[in-house]
Design a protein around this ligand. Structure first.
Ligand code: URA
Length: 284
């Protein structure tokens, strides 16, 4: 957890809160500039009000080149996801069905994947990173721009925060844990992966979990927790509560990108507490 976060029970300092708010706003502006976001359009399905919750945020308008075959942003309604090629059905069971695979076996089977439309826009597949025998396995949503360039998960700004929380917060090197995502290719404009994309990638996520067999899984954000629990969850309510994924204890926590946007002592403390609980249970 960042050094300036208050301990549990410590009263909040209004000046420190104001400082956090300014830092949070500055971080958001930096992130938007990096992502070429030039403005926001109100989603027509959101009620009047701020609409800015952990569960729903307005769609960003970006200035980067359009994905292939997509209409220009100005011609497209804000809430319409970009058109992608339909997912290719995965033909039959995975080669490791019924036994524990190795990570390299799963990665080899993923190959130069073209099972869904996300392959069209990716630079590199982001399979996963870390200790193949990790006690703790983190699952994010999908690679962003930095991850797509480098082929490694969580190496952008959200990744820096995650790394800091792992290394300074729980006190273990990042290389000690295993980190991966629901989908292995960057969704256009960092949008949430669509169900066919998630379905196409699911055998590989499950293969990674089977290969690592972690003592504890930490899901980062709503999509990863919802996927593993097979229901739509509210992450701000569910975070910090123990869940179960096929017999493995699972700790849902906030996504570091959300914490960067809402850089409050409460959010930082929440993630810190969740990670601490996850680590302690993985070492019990
Ligand atoms: N966000 C994610 O969910 N995963 C990454 O790898 C990076 C950012």
């Amino acid at each position: 957890m960042p050094d300036d976060a208050p301990e549990a029970g410590e009263p909040l300092d209004p000046l420190a809160e104001a400082r956090d708010l300014v830092a949070s706003a500055a971080a958001l502006v930096r992130e938007l500039v990096e992502e070429d976001v030039t403005g926001f359009e109100r989603r027509p399905d959101l009620p009047a009000g701020d609409g800015q919750t952990a569960e729903a945020a307005p769609a960003p308008r970006v200035a980067r080149p359009e994905p292939r075959d997509a209409a220009p942003a100005s011609d497209r309604p804000a809430a319409t996801p970009p058109t992608i090629a339909p997912a290719v059905e995965i033909g039959g069971p995975v080669p490791w069905a019924g036994r524990r695979p190795t990570l390299s076996e799963v990665e080899t089977h993923l190959g130069d994947c073209r099972r869904c439309g996300l392959c069209e826009g990716r630079s590199k597949i982001v399979f996963g990173d870390g200790n193949p025998d990790a006690d703790l396995l983190f699952i994010g949503e999908g690679p962003g721009a930095d991850e797509d360039r480098r082929g490694l998960p969580f190496v952008g700004r959200a990744g820096e925060l995650l790394t800091q929380m792992i290394e300074k917060g729980i006190g273990v090197p990042r290389s000690e844990v295993y980190i991966c995502n629901i989908v292995k290719c960057r969704p256009p404009r960092n949008r949430t992966p669509l169900p066919p994309e998630v379905a196409a990638c699911r055998p590989f996520l499950d293969g990674q979990i089977e290969a690592v067999r972690p003592k504890v899984i930490v899901t980062l954000g709503k999509p990863a927790a919802s996927l593993l629990l097979d229901r739509e969850i509210a992450i701000t309510r569910l975070r910090g509560t123990w869940q179960d994924y096929r017999g493995i204890p699972m700790m849902p926590t906030l996504h570091p990108a959300y914490v960067l946007r809402q850089y409050t002592p409460e959010n930082r403390r929440a993630v810190w507490e969740d990670l601490k609980a996850a680590w302690e249970r993985s070492q019990a």
